[in-house]
Design a protein around this ligand. Structure first.
Ligand SMILES: Nc1ncnc2c1ncn2[C@@H]1O[C@H](COP(=O)(O)OP(=O)(O)O)[C@@H](O)[C@H]1O
Ligand SMILES: Nc1ccn([C@@H]2O[C@H](COP(=O)(O)O)[C@@H](O)[C@H]2O)c(=O)n1
Length: 213
């Protein structure tokens, strides 16, 4: 179990980028488990998808959710700025079955370590520069797709057919255009995600060093 010095009120921000279902969330959770108590918070970029209240449910389905413009990065930047000052935030939450932000928010405290995970976090320099450690989970796309079919059908209220159509129309092409090239901004590229014990040992000791310095 790693311990970080919580007396300094300025969190260290760590980012995890990779394809949808590459294992970003699993990696973030496994890093958090290596630290005691509530020293690590995880923020998902998905919670910062733009509100789509003005659109009908049919129109919302056809949005390209794999383009950088689908996200409200200004709000994410605002929240990171608040957390940096030691203030808590009301993090939005997202409802995939409605393709819209939910009404509820979740309070996130300015813990010593804050992990942000998402597909488009390395697109804008202003956001990239805020992360002390940038990770990229490099999982083969066929494995990501197999996982995505299982997850979206069981957890996101989708049919297999809709997952496959969306994959061919936007998920795969946008991965190749935006996400894959952004791996070159990463400090560390992790093959196959977050169940690699040696990678978790190395990452947690580096994160401890970043916080305690
Ligand atoms: N290394 C792994 N081996 C097997 N299944 C995994 C692995 N990592 C993640 N998964 C599964 O794949 C799905 C997507 O993982 P998740 O971490 O949520 O991906 P992401 O956050 O990149 O979209 C989940 O159902 C999760 O349990
Ligand atoms: N209404 C929405 C919003 C997003 N998506 C998909 O989510 C993926 C990103 O989230 P991960 O947890 O998988 O990284 C992205 O590929 C979007 O296509 C969606 O299907 N519907």
């Amino acid at each position: 179990m790693n311990n970080v010095n919580a007396s300094n009120n300025h969190p260290v921000f760590i980012s995890i980028v990779g394809a949808s279902c590459s294992g970003k969330t699993a990696l973030a959770r496994n890093i958090a488990k290596r630290f005691s108590g509530s020293q690590v918070s995880v923020i998902s970029e998905d919670n910062y998808y733009k509100r789509q209240d003005q659109l009908t449910p049919e129109q919302r389905v056809s949005i390209n959710y794999d383009h950088p413009s689908a996200f409200d990065h200004d709000l994410l930047l605002e929240h990171i700025a608040k957390l940096s000052k030691g203030e808590s935030i009301d993090c939005p939450t997202y409802d995939y079955s409605l393709h819209n932000r939910s009404e509820t928010t979740v309070e996130v405290q300015a813990t010593p370590v804050i992990i942000c995970e998402g597909i488009m976090l390395y697109q804008a320099e202003v956001l990239r520069n805020l992360f002390a450690l940038k990770l990229f989970v490099d999982t083969p796309l066929d494995i990501c797709l197999a996982r995505r079919i299982g997850r979206d059908v069981s957890e996101r209220n989708r049919s297999v057919e809709s997952v496959l159509t969306q994959y061919q129309d936007t998920v795969r092409p946008m991965y190749l255009e935006f996400i894959e090239p952004s791996k070159y901004y990463a400090d560390i590229i992790l093959p196959m995600g977050g169940h690699n014990e040696i990678a978790l040992d190395v990452l947690s000791s580096k994160i401890t060093q970043l916080v305690n310095r």
